[in-house]
Design a protein around this ligand. Structure first.
Ligand code: PLP
Length: 355
């Protein structure tokens, strides 16, 4: 069976040697030494100032909305994983969708201003498949209208844009370290910001609001990462360069084999050092996609319709038509890609896509 992704598992003995440290200290959570060590390693690898690990990649989006005190309407993209929209709704704000750029699949900044009302408080956009949004245009609009910017950067581990981490753009970026992501801790995530005051607020929100064991800065929830998650993260992190290098070679192989076809592929924004996280292809029609998917499934190959459906069609949002996002969502398929996929598997998969 070949799945859309295969979780990278570090050698068992490397994982258990990190776990042993938690055992030796009899310390499983509440910011133990493994969480702190992983945070330090990630900050230096990524080149970011403030990064706090969390138990998944959805809570930091909710915490960012809370910490920035957002109310009313939040402008967002219809082309993302459901967590981007559900986090807005969960925090009692209203998602207002703006359609995407056809080539880059990220929110179209030329359509943002017409969606701004006196209730708009922020823009929450996703760097889709690790492809950066038009961050300069978004920043200019946010400054002009006094809006906050949050990036759902769940796919962006290791992505640089114009010489620095993509996580350094916007007021807050969030990432996911779910088992299907390029760097993972089983379940996990983080929030990143350059603003130390904002980081302080995000931090206490993620730990019940604690100031000391007996006093509180304010309201909070629990989004702490455990030592068990951090042990997996440390063991995976030791292999991160090989993981990215393997994916790069796999992507180049797909590119080479699919060059002859009429399939549209992801266009990476100029200035980006990409992380080769996903391999989406866009068919001319949904019918064609379904036919290819059925043929692959019958040979035990499982690509995934990602992202589908377009989020403006969810049953808890105000539905208005998003022509490009809806059209792409129907026709896009992510091909299997992992740190272990072989050239022969890629050749097999590409065989289903010959013109
Ligand atoms: C994976 C993902 C999330 C959610 O992350 P979890 O760690 O699963 O909570 C949010 N947004 C996007 C775009 C994702 O792909």
């Amino acid at each position: 069976m070949i799945n859309v992704t295969k979780t990278y598992l570090p050698p068992m003995e490397e994982y258990t040697s990190y776990l042993q440290r938690a055992y030796d200290k009899v310390w499983l959570t509440n910011r133990g030494e493994l969480v702190k060590e992983l945070e330090d390693k990630l900050k230096s690898f990524l080149g970011v100032n403030h990064l706090t690990l969390t138990t998944n990649g959805t809570l930091p989006i909710q915490i960012a909305i809370k910490a920035l005190d957002l109310k009313g309407e939040i402008i967002t993209t219809p082309f993302s994983y459901v967590a981007t929209t559900s986090a807005i709704a969960w925090e009692n704000c209203t998602p207002v969708f703006v359609d995407i750029e056809e080539d880059y699949l990220t929110i179209d900044p030329t359509k943002i201003e017409e969606a701004i009302t006196d209730k708009t408080s922020a823009i929450l956009a996703t760097h889709v498949f690790g492809n950066p949004c038009d961050v300069e245009a978004i920043e200019a609009i946010a400054n002009k209208h006094n809006l906050k910017v949050i990036y759902d950067a769940a796919h962006c581990f290791g992505v640089n844009y114009k010489g620095q981490s993509i996580f350094n753009y916007g007021d807050v970026s969030t990432c996911s370290f779910h088992a299907t992501k390029i760097f993972h801790t089983g379940e996990g995530g983080c929030f990143i910001t350059n603003d130390s005051e904002l980081h302080h607020k995000l931090f206490y929100h993620h730990n019940f609001g604690h100031k000391t064991p007996t006093s509180f800065h304010g309201v909070g929830t629990n989004a702490k990462m455990s030592e068990l998650q951090a042990a997996m993260g440390l063991a995976v992190f030791d292999h991160i360069n090989e993981i990215i290098e393997h994916r790069k070679k796999a992507v180049e192989k797909y590119d080479e084999l699919l060059d002859q076809t009429s399939l549209k592929r992801l266009k990476i924004r100029p200035g980006t050092e990409w992380n080769y996280h996903y391999y989406p292809i866009i068919f001319n029609s949904e019918e064609q996609l379904l036919k290819v998917m059925e043929a692959m499934n019958s040979e035990n190959i499982f690509p995934r319709r990602y992202f589908y459906p377009s989020l403006n069609t969810l049953n808890y949002v105000n539905r208005n038509e998003m022509e490009i996002s809806e059209s792409i969502a129907k026709r896009i398929l992510c091909l299997p890609l992992s740190a272990e996929i072989s050239y022969s598997e890629i050749e097999l998969i590409a065989g289903f896509l010959k013109p």
